[in-house]
Design a protein around this ligand. Sequence first.
Ligand code: FDM
Ligand code: MG
Length: 211
Amino acid sequence: AIAADVRRGALIVLEGLDRSGKSSQCSRLTSFLHTQGLSVEAWRFPDRSTPMGKMISSYLSSQMDLDDASIHLLFSANRWEKRALMEAKLRAGTTLVVDRYSYSGVAFSAAKGLDLDWCKAPEAGLPAPDLVLYLDISAEAAAERGGYGGERYEKVEFQKKVEQNFKSLQDSTWQNIDATQSIDTLESIIRGAALKVVNDCHSGRELSHMW
Ligand code: FDM
Ligand code: MG
């Protein structure tokens, strides 16, 4: 009954197309949970700070080309290199609010024509999110939001395929949220969903693994 007394944190993932509003909602949610007295950290993938993350970043800015399968595995390895720390934080009671995860990994790579199940395989065994908040917006509507930043995947035709792939990955931990609602409305929906899952984790919901 000693270790079990630590109330674990929740793994909360935000997913969606580029320009869906994930990054602002991640920081709003992290601040909110912090004001509730919770231990919480904002994470994101790719984590561009590591050596693998730096390679990914130069691939995304088209400074470097890599084979499609190879870059896929690199994105996955960038999550695996964080696995032990992720699990340690969760088990120590810290909630993680994560901007993109394995779903982006699969949805983007499969949009290039790689087999979906092949893309899922290297993610198996990573900590599974307790909640995936999918910020749902069409590729066309996202592109109208002031344009993309010019990275490799920021093209409307490509994002349409990514959108389809995301939708085929939905499971019971997903909550779809209409991302065309106001920022404040979105924030309040997200707060409610996050508080509920944090509470579930505190009440003994077990940490599980992908898929
Ligand atoms: N992306 C992101 C992938 O292709 N695979 C992955 O595993 C992840 C996590 O990288 F276009 C893509 C999605 C996006 C790009 O993401 C960079 P950010 O959130 O814009 O930094
Ligand atoms: Mg981006």
